[in-house]
Design a protein around this ligand. Structure first.
Ligand code: VGL
Ligand code: ZN
Length: 216
């Protein structure tokens, strides 16, 4: 049998479930390939954590990250916004629409917080911690620190955008951080997955499998 780590979770651990929303699932406006495959492992994982936080991508209509907000631009092209490079997306996760809802197939009644992000019209926010201008905070790091958490586990959609950026910011904020590979799926556009893996490794984010976690 292959050797594998055994991770016991406790009171100083929190699972962050990133953007498991209708628009990122099959049939959604920005469907992540095989995105619904994250739901079963996340539901199992959540039972092994006393503390779970959800993130929710939550854009106003006409958001700067939408290709439709830029004349003659197409989804998955890149443009320059005031804070730097921005991938342009199909309209997705518009506040109050069915596509922005967190999947009803998630079974995490004990989740303690839903943190919304991407609500500023001119700034995207892949990360649950800090917007894409790299300055505007969502307040999540303060919340998690005030509650005394020390270790963060990230899973969800999409591995190469919101999961990766959330994990990178968690590490930068001083948390020991793991990304749960089999409970995440990637968009993988223009080398984004390879770049995310490089950035995660450089930041000391550990990539793990959900079966390494006791009780998951
Ligand atoms: C995401 C692209 C745009 C994500 C959100 O959840 O990974 N990706 N908005
Ligand atoms: Zn978005």
């Amino acid at each position: 049998m292959a050797e594998r780590a055994t991770i016991e979770t406790g009171d100083s651990d929190v699972l962050i479930v990133v953007d498991v929303q209708v628009d990122f699932l099959p049939g959604g406006a920005l469907a992540v390939p095989d995105g619904d495959a994250v739901i079963a492992p996340i539901n199992r994982l959540a039972k092994a954590f006393r503390h779970v936080v959800l993130t929710q991508d939550w854009h106003p209509e006409g958001h700067a990250s939408f290709a439709s907000s830029h004349p003659a631009r197409q989804p998955f092209e890149t443009t320059e916004l005031h804070y730097g490079q921005q991938v342009l997306w199909p309209d997705h996760c518009i506040q109050g629409t069915p596509g922005a809802e967190i999947s009803r197939d998630l079974d995490i009644p004990h989740a303690q917080l839903v943190i919304r992000k991407g609500y500023n019209a001119g700034i995207d926010s892949y990360s649950g911690f800090k917007e894409a201008d790299r300055r505007t905070s969502t307040g999540l790091a303060g919340y998690l620190k005030e509650r005394g958490f020390r270790r963060i586990f990230c899973a969800g959609l999409a591995l190469d955008f919101c999961v990766a950026w959330t994990a990178l910011d968690a590490a930068e904020a001083g948390f020991e951080t793991c990304l749960i590979e089999d409970a995440s799926r990637a968009i993988d556009t223009n080398g984004s997955l390879e770049k995310a893996r490089r950035d995660l490794e450089a930041a000391g984010v550990r990539t793990i499998m959900s079966e390494w976690i006791v009780g998951a």
